[in-house]
Ligand binder design. Structure first.
Ligand code: EAX
Length: 333
């Protein structure tokens, strides 16, 4: 009895183990590939909306073959660090402004020139057209994959010292800029003291008074709660800030053609979601920030700002030529 019982138990155990092993195998065969998406601001930002759209689209199109994990708030590092991560494959997809991108892909500096774009329609049209595609393709020469142009928005100056109506008001202020030499130079030409810094350090730097001010689109001023540590907002709109959905070549180059189509669609959905959120905040952001106690200067004449920093264009052209700049200026957009 004892031995028969033992035998049958053993048989059952073997059977169970085999079933488990087979289940394990088939689970393994179907195991979803995890795709990490990183960005430097909170999940309730326009990039958060982009990341959710990316996840929804990729998981739906791939029928669960890929699952997407969201890494907001610079949990994978600032934008420059995340771009490095893409190059070596420690992060799969990043939604970032072009802020630090020129350090990797100098061809994108042209997009960071102040007062180049004058409306959302114009910027979106250029980025969605031939020029935008050409710049996306350039990423491939720098160990990155450009998936889609997204959006951050027109940038405005905030500070804790005074209302900014003219370039003279910027003089002497310590202004945090992105890690972008075009922007740094523009603020230097305005007589400010530009302090490049990664986004995740910004709130504390403003809170502790390491810098007096910063510049960002309404989207970021709202999402990063900058109104808690800044009381002046001047609607300078001095530069359009593009964002981009970038992929890691370590992941993307290994995809099948079909999978690549899913990623492209997911990136486009992400880009659209960021733009929708930018548009919503263009409507509602200023009123919200006023409710939070910010004083808003909205009668800013851009002309004196533009002439104070026009030297940036000449220096850009000297270093990178005027081909792309002229093409953007002369495009039908
Ligand atoms: O990409 O660093 C910045 O000021 C950017 O506008 C922000 O991180 C969104």
């Amino acid at each position: 009895m004892t031995s028969r019982f033992a035998k049958s138990t053993l048989a059952t155990a073997i059977g169970a183990a085999t079933t488990l092993a087979l289940a394990g195998l088939s689970l393994q065969a179907q195991a979803a590939t995890e795709v990490s998406v990183g960005y430097a601001i909170s999940s309730d930002s326009h990039y958060g909306a982009g990341s959710r759209a990316f996840k929804e689209t990729l998981e739906r199109l791939s029928d669960g073959e890929f699952t997407v994990t969201d890494h907001p708030s610079g949990s994978l590092g600032g934008e420059r660090a995340m771009i490095e991560g893409l190059q070596i494959g420690t992060v799969d997809v990043v939604i970032t402004s072009t802020g630090p991108l020129g350090n990797f892909v100098p061809e994108t500096y042209v997009l960071d020139l102040p007062f180049l774009f004058t409306s959302y329609d114009q910027a979106r049209c250029v980025l969605d057209g031939e020029i935008g595609q050409e710049l996306l393709d350039k990423m491939g020469e720098h160990d990155l994959v450009g998936l889609a142009w997204a959006e951050n928005g027109f940038r405005h100056i905030t500070n804790s010292r005074r209302a900014i109506e003219s370039p003279e008001d910027v003089r002497g202020l310590k202004i945090r800029t992105m890690e972008n030499r075009i922007h740094q130079q523009a603020f230097e030409d305005l007589g400010a003291s530009p302090t490049p810094m990664a986004m995740p350090e910004l709130f504390t730097a403003l809170q502790q008074g390491t810098v007096d001010g910063q510049e960002n689109p309404l989207t970021v001023i709202v999402a990063a709660n900058l109104y808690e540590v800044q009381d002046q907002l001047s609607l300078t709109g001095h530069v359009y800030s593009p964002a981009i959905v970038l992929g890691s070549p370590v992941l993307i180059d290994g995809l099948s053609d079909e999978q690549r189509v899913w990623f492209d669609e997911a990136a486009r959905a992400a880009a659209e979601a960021t733009r929708a959120e930018v548009s919503r905040l263009e409507e509602e952001g200023v009123a919200f920030l006023q409710e939070q106690g910010m004083t808003v200067t909205d009668n800013v004449d851009p002309a004196p700002f533009q002439s104070a920093i026009e030297e940036v264009n000449a220096e850009f052209v000297e270093q990178y030529g005027d081909d792309m700049l002229e093409r953007i200026r002369n495009s039908d957009c």
